[in-house]
Design a protein around this ligand. Sequence first.
Ligand code: FAD
Ligand code: MLT
Ligand code: ZN
Length: 465
Amino acid sequence: MSATGLPSDLLARLEAQLGPGGLLTDEADCAPYGIDWRRLFPGRAAAVARPSNTGQVSSIVGLCREAGIALVPQGGHTGLAGGATPDASGRQIVLSLARMNAVRAVDPVGLTMEVEAGCVVQAAQGAAEAAGRLFPVSYGAEGSAMVGGMIATNAGGINVLRYGMTRSLVLGLEVVLADGSIVDGLRSLRKDNAGYDWKQLFIGSEGTLGIVTAAVLRLVPRPRYTETALLAVHDPEAALRILSAAQDGLGDTIQAFELISRCSFDLLERHAGLSCPLPPSPWCVLLEAGSSLSGLRDAVEGTLGEALERGDAVDGVLAESKAQAAGLWSLRERITECEAHQGKSVKHDVSVPIPAIPAFLEAADRALAEDAPGTVANVFGHMGDGNLHYNVLVGPEHDGAAINRLVHDVVDRFAGSISAEHGIGQYRVDELARRRRPEEMALASRLKRALDPDGLLNPGKVLRG
Ligand code: FAD
Ligand code: MLT
Ligand code: ZN
């Protein structure tokens, strides 16, 4: 054994495969890879492997398998469930895909794009834009998150309402399996029913079933007109009525419908100096619609005007420019950062059937008031998808795990999910095991054993080790 706790010849063999700069072993160099940005999941990477092509990924996986050493795939390390962070044993190697960052091809006619796993999501969006097309997955972490991480977490974001989650935008995938073999499914076909659609297994598997090395992503036409509005509402029921009316009035042009609580605006003001352009109200809705046909602004103005007339919206602002729209979005996208500045929070990434959102919020607030007095819920999220971030701001006296169970019990009452988009990682492993049906957990374990019989791909994530 070497000082790192790894078999002594493994590092030399990895280094020989990866070449100069491909393997980090110095403790200070490895440290940032061993802990998430919120510092909630401290771990220690024995080394960091940084391959620059799929062949190297395959070799590393093969060498680590022979040595019985676990690998933790890592992209931008922005995940909120501790999925990309190694454990504290100092015996796990982080496999960073960051050097595999090429956009290999963009096809504006076939509406596809082939990219490597380490390509930053924003760079993928930029390449699509340069070709006059849109890659529609968008979220606050897009400047650091990578395509491999986006796929491995089946990321959602603000445009799911119109374009679906990442899963619906992946046409082809290349993965390296736990035995080191490369499976190339980089097809750009819209229709392909030839056999099992195996790529679906890896999308959202959080690095526990295989390593994503490249993907073919689906692009969409870029809407020529976009309208962004912020509306003040009294309560989530009013927001729900506006959503329903917008579905009638704006149809499939609605691409985002986000709910933001007063608490979120208070955090934005306190920690980023950003203020809501509307007079204070308990809730706001951020709505965006897009179309390539003219007439969108009239339609949006009509829908907003009716919401104000009915009294569902008490005030509103429709962006007059791209800069104003970006300003409204930065309010939404900086909530997570401001919440982190505020202190400790117990995060929940839940979904319930959309019509149940008001009742869910009432029940969750009641449960907190009764059983966790002194806490405050910072609620925001993707209301149009039934997905809310019900993040509970806590003090040192509060028990995070108990609050987790409390909120998830309410989610269960509404037949919801304890993770709508962030995944299980290490954060929700116990809660998943507690709440999923035993036969579903048994099936998941069978899949894991079939694809990773030695349990060396991201052990302890999603499923108990
Ligand atoms: P990482 O954090 O590095 O990894 C995430 C998981 O994927 C880990 O389990 C890791 O092992 C695995 N993984 C990474 N790369 C690979 C690979 N190549 N092959 C196999 N497994 C791999 N998420 C949403 O869904 N919607 C949001 O709206 C959203 N907003 C966010 C806003 C902020 C401010 C922040 C900080 C995060 C947000 N997230 C959101 C969560 C997070 O950014 C996403 O889950 C993101 O897609 C993860 O990408 P990443 O490259 O950072 O992955
Ligand atoms: C977001 O939608 O901004 C993220 O998914 C959020 C979070 O829970 O911080
Ligand atoms: Zn989100």
